[in-house]
Design a protein around this ligand. Sequence first.
Ligand SMILES: [Zn+2]
Ligand SMILES: [Zn+2]
Length: 444
Amino acid sequence: MEIEEKAMDLLRNHALCDHCLGRMFARYGRGLKNEERGKSIKAVLTMEAHNRIGEGGKEDLQYIWKNGAYQPAANVIVFEGEKAEGSPLACEICGGVLDHMDEAVKAALNELSDLQWRTFLVATVGAEEIMVKEEKLAVDNGLQGYESIKWEINREVGKILSQLTGKEVDLKNPDVLVQVHPLSMTVSLQVSPIYVYGRYLKLERGIPQSKWVCSYCNGKGCPRCNYTGKKYPTSVEEEIASALVPLARASGDKFHAAGREDVDARMLGSGRPFVMELESPKIREIDLSNAAEMIKQHSNGKVEVRELRLVGKDFVNKVKSEEKNKKVYEGEIESSETLTDEDVQVLNSSFNGLEITQRTPQRVSRRRADLVRKKFIYELKVEKISENELKFYVQAEGGTYIKELISGDEGRTLPSLSSKIGKPLKCKQLDVMEVEVPFESKGI
Ligand SMILES: [Zn+2]
Ligand SMILES: [Zn+2]
């Protein structure tokens, strides 16, 4: 069947706007908008029906007028001395919303005016109801060359936005996703996060890496947490966010780091790599020149950051994959029994280049899966500072539980410093001195 015949058949049975009729034949013609396709088809059908006015053309003109909402068809009817019957019907596919795409564009421009952005993408959401109808119409009428409404809206709204703003479409990583809701022709924006890389130092003990929600009230606030909803008053994450979130005018943050140290351990040396993800930022090209100083002041010198810079999303995985890398720790050990020079000698010769077995420590077993892991100890040195105290230095694979490497955790870590000399040992103080980051030195 020809396009003309098929289209006339559609209009005899269905009310279709120019867009929705055009979309049924979207495969044909290049560089045409669906609206142009639909309107042109209605023009040709009107001329054709006028041409056979005595042989059913009159009835078809009524259909084109009523179902196609096409004024020229009514004009022919009146010209031929008849009356155009009734009034045009709303499109049964889209309900007429496609004639209001300019409203979506206007709404999008309004929302976008408060944002810094370079690239965008339009996505139609919540069009399922319309898509079911258009698919049924196409299938029932054997029309294989149809296009879905979502592609029409994505393309047309995208084209106009691009023309009006000069911004580019980015299919993979747009700064803003402009979501069009066709039923109401409204828009909502999804602003992609920005990512700030840096290394942090934690110069005081007793600060968790990320916000620690009070377990009694689940963050709601209770007497136990002094109505803060938090177990600790601050965290490394919160101190860093205190500067970065306002700079980007972000709605919040997510913190990604190359592993974590215990709350009571300091993070020293050149710091631990992290990426702060800033959600829904209004400003993307943030000025980081004063951020380090702001963080230092806000935290009263407890948290410092180095080498802050804007990076791509790929840094989140890069930083996280560094978790297993070598780390250097220093600290102090205490023993409930007197330590001998022989003990020191045994410890200094037992752990260099040794693989140990660690079962998830009792102290974290409520929060983490109970697993047995092999961890590699590169180097371990101890030095006596008193009858029952040692200083230690250890280079170990990332993720090694150092406190348990010392105490043995009731046999869960084997061997341990404690098991080697047969004396109960306890880690008194722990600092992370170095987090090795090969990707940085490679200049990636
Ligand atoms: Zn329509
Ligand atoms: Zn609480």
